[in-house]
Design a protein around this ligand. Sequence first.
Ligand SMILES: NC(=O)C1=CN(Cc2ccccc2)CCC1
Length: 360
Amino acid sequence: MSQLFSPYQLKDVSFRNRIAVSPMCQYSSHDGHADDWHLVHLGARAVGGAGLIVAEATAVSPEGRISPGDAGLWTDSQIEPLARINRFIKAHGAVAGIQIAHAGRKASADLPWQGGGHLVNDHGGWDVIAPSAEAFGDNLTKVPQALSLEEIHQVQGHFVAAAKRAIEAGYQLLELHFAHGYLAHEFWSPLANHRTDQYGGSWENRARFLIETFDAVRAVWPEHLPLIARLSVTDWLDGGVTVDESIELAAVLKKRGLDLLDVSHGFVTPDISHVPWGPGFMVPIAEKIRRAAEIPVAVGWMITEAQQAEAIIAKGQADFIMLARASLANPHWPYVAARELDVERPMNVLPIQYSSALRR
Ligand SMILES: NC(=O)C1=CN(Cc2ccccc2)CCC1
């Protein structure tokens, strides 16, 4: 009996399997508004049989976007285009999730297929903000303005407002983006956070923005719906975030109502030379956090094969698989995996329009 295709429940939300489509930036929104691209992109993956579809990093303010093409939930007009997509996702048996984010010093960047470098202000760019006035580096050279205490609280308010709009849009799961060198990770990592006030230095101070933001969102996000976070649990570099301090943070957030930790890594500096790239390289770390913090985890990164994913769930290394590039390559990855894992009537992973034909 496949564990990958076993159902799962978080709070009042039931998932038909352990396959999640990872939030993946499409850089295709219009002033933060979704359009047909997002309906087809996300809808196709719900049709393909995933249990959870997490919509891309969605900015809590215009200046919190990575690029001008990023999705947004900073204004009410952005709600209905997403609600329409969510009605489709739910109608096809998947859970609709969304990741809300602020890009920090990595904001104001060009589209990746245009090079991804910082945009100067009179060419579509804007001033960027961060915990400390230090640039990311590489092609993101803009020096951010260090946030004042008042501005920190304003940004936290934007996360709360976006969470409320996500409820209106019909999302059943909300993910806070605490990873990949964006604003929250910039507070969390000693490699980016050189503040000398209560938001910098010690573990408690570096975790403060994340815990305060989590608490503020938890207070408005419905108790019966899962609230999760994607965290860069290691920076791979001396002086950076360590797995052990991430286990501590996971335990603290669990006590405060975190329902699952989406385990990720890196990207707070341009140096990725120490990343141990390879199939499922994050799985042992996710397992360690799952057991030490006693919290459900999702894990991604170079997970592409059905048997590989099945083993991760069956061995209790993680509770969800986050598919990213594998899902871009094939929206029907769950159907192909069901066949490879000898799931009974695998075509039933797909909607009746397809399964009735495939059954012949
Ligand atoms: N919004 C995010 O969290 C993003 C994460 N990325 C990580 C990544 C780095 C390298 C290769 C693939 C993905 C790419 C850009 C957008």
